[in-house]
Design a binder for this molecule. Structure first.
Ligand code: SF4
Length: 362
């Protein structure tokens, strides 16, 4: 590939080799004025990933191509220093999506060569790509649309027939997987972490703001005993190893995220399910949590009823129309009850105090 092409796809092996061969030292990349543009673009890359889309404008000329190419290793340093699994996934996804936008417009020969870098061997025949079903399953596994199911595909002699756009979409998955799996970086040199520290602090702040923006009300510590009946029922089923219907799985996960449970805590809850697949479950939870920039809210009671997920309705349910409203109301009532108890306690203490005084006076 030409250097400008490598700049668009800096995560492929050829691009890494090309950068290595340039012989640019870490110190130069971090401190040299010559690579300032690369560092600026690297920061931009990560910030754009936070917004969900890395924009790739055409690059031309040696200097611009080099900056674009070097911005990737610098962006990786920032992601490594942020050291947050959810953020890493967000970054990998944004890089992969940007790649897909470009890949869709590449020639079949280019896509075949690109695929080889990810161990995907395929053929292009009669305007279709044909790839071995194992690679197909591997890279389509996380894609939810039923059209990706092997049973919905033309499948002959171990090969699956797909369109050019679909092949590019699978390459997007391959890119996402490669980037994601290249983190965490075990030992980050101190010069890198020191240099990146101010940018990392800013990125972390922005990430937190984003999570809050898409997230929910701060309910404080999670209090499962105050969960609405539908969610408690679903939780009990999960703990009992009973599989949940997809709609309930979604409702429960989005509810738990909204009340402040972490992705890991929810993943642990599902760890007991008969069909537990850690990678897929993590992907689904993070997807609902907003890894793609879209945070999903739990469904309202009406929707829960439509899907048969409104189970164990109690008197408080009559007064709310959303499971989160139930939880909020329960917290309010419980706090009010606690306040009352506190007041009663104070009254009792006062009475005791005045009783003691009276005894002393007598
Ligand atoms: S009414 Fe709403 S909160 Fe109550 S059980 Fe049904 S879905 Fe859950």
């Amino acid at each position: 590939m030409q250097a400008d092409e490598l700049a668009y796809y800096p995560f492929i092996s050829e691009a890494s080799t090309h950068v290595e061969n340039l012989g640019i030292s870490l110190d130069s990349l971090l401190n040299s004025r010559a690579y300032r543009a690369a560092r600026v673009r690297g920061i931009e890359r990560v910030k754009e990933a936070l917004e969900g889309e890395i924009k790739k404008s055409p690059v031309s000329g040696e200097v611009q191509v080099l900056s674009e190419l070097l911005s990737y290793p610098f962006a990786r340093m920032l992601v490594a220093c942020v050291d947050d699994q959810l953020f890493t996934r967000r970054y990998a996804l944004a890089e992969a999506k940007a790649a897909y936008t470009l890949l869709k417009n590449e020639t079949p020969a280019f896509l075949l060569k690109f695929g080889e870098d990810f161990g995907i061997s395929a053929d292009f025949r009669d305007s279709y790509f044909c790839m071995h079903f194992t690679a197909y399953i591997h890279f389509s596994n996380a894609l939810k649309d039923p059209t990706w199911k092997l049973t919905n595909r033309q499948f002959r002699a171990g090969e699956v027939k797909i369109t050019k756009e679909e092949f590019a979409r699978l390459l997007e998955e391959a890119v996402r997987e490669r980037i994601e799996q290249s983190f965490p970086i075990p030992e980050i040199p101190s010069e890198v972490s020191n240099f990146c520290a101010p940018y990392v602090a800013e990125i972390k702040d922005q990430f937190e703001i984003q999570k809050k923006k898409f997230g929910a009300t701060d309910f404080g510590a999670v209090e499962p005993e105050l969960f609405p009946p539908c969610i408690s029922h679903a939780l009990a089923n999960v703990q009992g190893g009973i599989n949940l219907a997809h709609s309930m799985r979604f409702a429960m996960t989005s509810f738990l995220l909204s009340v402040g449970m972490s992705v890991d805590e929810i993943l642990n809850l599902f760890n007991i399910s008969p069909d537990f697949n850690a990678e897929l479950t993590l992907y689904q939870i993070e997807h609902i949590a907003g890894a793609t920039g879209n945070v999903y809210k739990p469904p309202a009671c009406d929707t829960m009823r439509t899907y048969g997920n409104c189970v164990g309705k109690d008197r408080l349910c009559e007064k709310i129309n959303h499971p989160l409203g139930y939880y909020e109301r329960k917290i309010y009532l419980r706090n009010k009850e606690r306040e009352k108890e506190k007041e009663k306690g104070k009254e009792r203490d006062k009475e005791k105090e005045s009783g003691k005084k009276k005894e002393q006076e007598q």
